[in-house]
Design a protein around this ligand. Sequence first.
Ligand SMILES: [Zn+2]
Length: 418
Amino acid sequence: MGETVFTNVSVIDGTGAKPFDGAVLIRGDRIAEVVRGDIGDCGEAAIVDGGGATLMPGLIDAHAHLSFLDAATLGDINSLSAERHVLEAAKNARKMLDHGFTSMFSGSSARDNLEVALRDAINAGDIPGPRLKAATRQMTVTGGFGDIGQDDAYSLVLDGPEAFRKACRAAARAGVDTFKIVPSAQGTGPDPLAEDTAMSEDEVAAVCAVARQRGRMVAAHARSAEAVKICVRNGVQIIYHATLADDEAKDMLEAERHRVFVAPAMGLPYGRLTEGAKYGVTTDDFTRARAEREIETVSRTMADLRKRGIRVLPGGDYGFKWNPHGRNARDLAMFVELFGFSTLEAIQAATQAGGELMNEPVGLVTAGSLADLLLVDGDPTSDISILQEPGRFRAIMKDGTFHKVPEGNRRADLAAAE
Ligand SMILES: [Zn+2]
């Protein structure tokens, strides 16, 4: 079994602990040993001298849409043929790995089975990409958010518990990891934050029951307080947005914090205001005011959830024109600037806590964890924004194999160690 050792690195282990100088030995696809200071003779292991660079777990995104092709509108998401769509999604998978994301939990697939195929091809080693929890299309109701009146759209429109149950069973048979539902609507009128719950509780309960029977997870787009409560009551694992969670909803989340996760997924309004112009998107005053209000509300809610010890995870709906794939690490900066996270806490959210959501031994630099690692030029605990620069990643490793080989290390040595 091949061995690689990273020496002379500053280790961020993902637990929120302060970085320490040390060395990390990789054997096969796992981290075999983490030591403080020097590791001594490692025999035949290929040596990567970090030169003081940071070694940290690969990043994890909790709300990804690899098959959303940086579309300008919801109607554009499925504008390509299904065949071309798959190839474009594969390009995004590679791009995410290039940007340091070694795991992604999907916030919905644009087409049935697309992400299952993508995940399986990645796992087989046929194409480069992150570990992926593959989702269904987002399942909504007639008139709910995502029902854009097209049959072959990115949402699946269902009504009644029987319809949801059948769709979930079919998706489980097809091999998805996650059922994505849309219990709350998205206010499109003058008040973007209007309380609006679209799915009924028996529909959510039917989805969660199939998930339990078939060992799948449930992810929900839930903005209204009522939608959040329905999700918590019925066992949804990850709640996206949670924008209008009131005190009762927050108390419920806190009581279930050992099993539930929240991801604010605020990349769309934030990206529009901060980078929209760069991507050629104009924003009228009405839309700007809505986005500002959403950012303000979400920031307040997430700061509160953080204080309550609820796991709040980065993952920001990347995959739109003004919020494109590759910008995902901006979420960590957002957590620091807007939600009151320290840089170490933001990294912990994107690594250890993300690994808990993935339900795999990832997100930590500890013996026994899968070797998904980044060698970063610089110290992200003093400047979290450097994680947004792929040029900072001197090495990217997934499953103990280099996706990006560190320069200055002889490729032959590293190849021989694999
Ligand atoms: Zn989304």
